[in-house]
Design a protein. Structure first.
Length: 330
């Protein structure tokens, strides 16, 4: 069996001391760049890999963050995960991903158990479903945890978009254009984000003294927006869809029905996905800064890792209404 290359092998190959190799392997900054590059090149040539577990025993850190996530296929979750990964990498941390199909007590507890075996310094939870707030969901003590988009939980640090302000801005924009009321295609009922957007839409109409139309519920997909678009009430002149994908399906349905956008019906989405500016017509929508949520979540978790758990914080990241050509006068 071949012997695993050691630091001594790297030191001999690079022509430096073992202490210098140790500094490079542990990410210390007191090594000049030319020497660092020579040591790294020697590591590659001899096949040496720093032992992260040994480093963790020495400095008390694994430089690894666990992420428990549900519904990885949804646009919001995938973009948020991408942002968390980028923010963690910028801080020198790697990500261990633990998807859960159904965020029940057993699934979440199992994910924490597997992450504990992977030796992570803390965990970010990205589960938007209502189950996370149920009393039977018990999170382990002692492990730093930050939650993204978790609705009702207030016993943990929470980072979220200002969903209510974004939905209010979308609804008010349509009212300001002269539409008598605004219809709504909501997201799935188990989603906190969908719930907050729906409640804010309804509250905005009520404050303005406008009729609140019946809510129709989609599943975040373009297909569900299309299906509801085909059945849209003939009197509707403005629709706020809870995400851009459902708005895309709605646009197709309206085109097929011969209802022009925005001439007959104005449409607003939510997310500002990259493709929204290239829909026909370009979609008015609510922009969410996924990068900022990722940075804030990782920053809050690192603060817990290094400083211990204090009072739970709630960080709200602003949203922004982006007006394009899919909305017009009512």
């Amino acid at each position: 069996m071949a012997r695993t290359p050691s630091m001594a092998d790297v030191a001999k190959e690079a022509g430096v001391s073992g202490q210098t190799v140790s500094r490079v392997a542990n990410g210390k900054t007191n090594v000049d760049e030319a020497t660092r590059e020579r040591v790294l090149a020697a590591m590659r040539r001899v096949g040496y890999r720093p032992n992260s577990a040994a480093r963790a025993l020495r400095n008390g850190r694994f430089s690894s963050i666990g992420v428990i996530i549900s519904a990885l296929s949804t646009f919001g979750n995938s973009r948020t995960l991408e942002a968390v990964t980028a923010a963690a990498a910028a801080e020198g941390f790697s990500i261990v991903l633990m998807p859960v199909d159904r965020p029940s007590q057993g699934e979440v507890a199992g994910a924490f158990s597997r992450l504990d075996e992977q030796a992570v310094d803390g965990v970010i939870i990205l589960i938007e479903q209502h189950q996370l707030n149920e009393s039977e969901i018990e999170l382990p003590q002692g492990l730093p945890v930050v939650v993204i988009d978790a609705g009702g939980r207030r016993d943990l640090p929470v980072v979220d978009f200002d969903q209510a302000a974004g939905a209010a801005a979308a609804t008010q924009h349509l009212l300001d254009l002269g539409h008598r009321t605004v219809w709504h295609i909501a997201g799935p009922p188990q989603s906190y984000a969908a719930e907050r957007r729906r409640d804010s839409w309804q509250a905005t109409l009520s404050r303005a003294g406008r009729e609140v139309p019946p809510v129709v519920t989609g599943d975040w997909s373009a297909a569900s927006g299309y299906a509801h678009g085909l059945r849209l009430d003939a009197s509707a002149t403005a629709v706020f869809a809870a995400n851009d994908q459902m708005a895309l399906g709605l646009l197709r349905a309206l085109h097929e029905l011969g209802r022009t956008v925005p001439g007959d019906v104005s449409v607003v989405g939510f997310d500002d996905m990259d493709e929204a500016a290239h829909f026909w017509p370009p979609l008015t929508t609510v922009r969410q800064s996924f990068g900022e949520v990722g940075r804030q979540a990782v920053g809050a978790l690192l603060a817990e890792i290094t400083g211990g758990r204090g009072e739970p914080v709630s960080i709200m990241v602003p949203t922004e209404l982006v007006v394009r050509s899919s909305t017009g006068p009512g």
